[in-house]
Design a protein around this ligand. Sequence first.
Ligand SMILES: Nc1ncnc2c1ncn2[C@@H]1O[C@H](COP(=O)(O)OP(=O)(O)OP(=O)(O)O)[C@@H](O)[C@H]1O
Ligand SMILES: [Mg+2]
Length: 378
Amino acid sequence: MRKPEVSPKGLFDPYYVPKKLLHRDRELESIKGIHSDSFADDYGVNCLVHGITGVGMTVFSRYFLTRIVPNKFDAYTVYVDAKNKDILEIVSDLNNRIHIKNNRPITVAFDLDVLWMQFKRAATTSQRKGVFVIDNIDESNEEVFSKLARLSKEIQASTIGILNSHDYRFLTKSGATAMAYDFEIPLDTYTQSQLYEIVRMRVEETFPLRLTDEVVRYIADIVCEFDASKPKTSIEALKTLYPLASRGHEIDSDMVRNATTDIATFHHEQDYMETIEAISMNDFMTLLVLEALSGHLMQYKTETYIDRKTLNEVVQIKCEELGVIYAREDIERSLQSLIFQCVVFESGYSKNLLYVLVPPEILYDTAVAMRRELVKRK
Ligand SMILES: Nc1ncnc2c1ncn2[C@@H]1O[C@H](COP(=O)(O)OP(=O)(O)OP(=O)(O)O)[C@@H](O)[C@H]1O
Ligand SMILES: [Mg+2]
């Protein structure tokens, strides 16, 4: 069997369509069903696809256009990205693409009405049905979608409009809206484990030397916790890690934190010290737990997590060294307060895995300094 191709295209091409669209079966069934009916009975249909920015709207529509439509329907497809384009550019794009798809020569024009007429003629006279997609609809270009949706009804074609949740609310809730659509397909955010699978699949498609499961899980955890589990943010992090990984560097937790600093703008060191000070006031055990946890993560840079059992063992050793009485419930209670204060996090994949977001060195130094302080005071 031929090894599937590995190429960084999947990180750098915004229109890349992965070999599989994960965890969108229900939505794909729904858009397929809508189109099956409209093709079977020969009527035009318009849909809106919406979700939060970065959730995977573009890839959903492109997957449908490039993988499903050609296999299931006798239709030609036209995709236009309206982002940062004025109306003239969008219509001109539509016109160019429809002529290319239908193998027709194009007459150059720079007038909006002329371009629209040319497009309309091409769409109306085509032997096959058209499936049109306008990505990134907003207030500035809404009229193109509306016009296209109306035309679709007249000529039994289909228009799919894509817009983010914000514009969706704004454009569909205002009473006098011209947003004509029959169906809507909301795209939900993913769970941590779904996001993990998406990121892992993309790593397999793009990184020649792969990344460890720990690193992939860590990226998924951070994005899930701080960025509404947007796949886009995870792919951006992979983009940052790619040059390092492809040069053969082993990716460690510091590198992942650096690649995700934009989303998780953590508190300043000072804030952390204050938080830790507040939780650990007279609480020797919490400081010891934090010290053990961050000490371990410092020592094993490529391990992005520490599990509870290992943590217990490390704390136990520390307690013995210091001659402190060790009780397992105390460790758990200390851990709970660190988790509650967002100093330590539990992985969304398994509560048994613990991670931190500030460099463990900072936590370690703070914990050690405060523990010494406590001892001195006593
Ligand atoms: N279900 C999925 N399976 C595989 N990859 C996915 C899935 N959902 C999203 N992705 C990937 O996540 C990244 C972001 O997706 P996409 O560009 O479609 O987001 P978007 O919602 O259109 O973002 P924007 O708001 O910026 O337009 C892409 O690399 C895309 O391939
Ligand atoms: Mg998009």
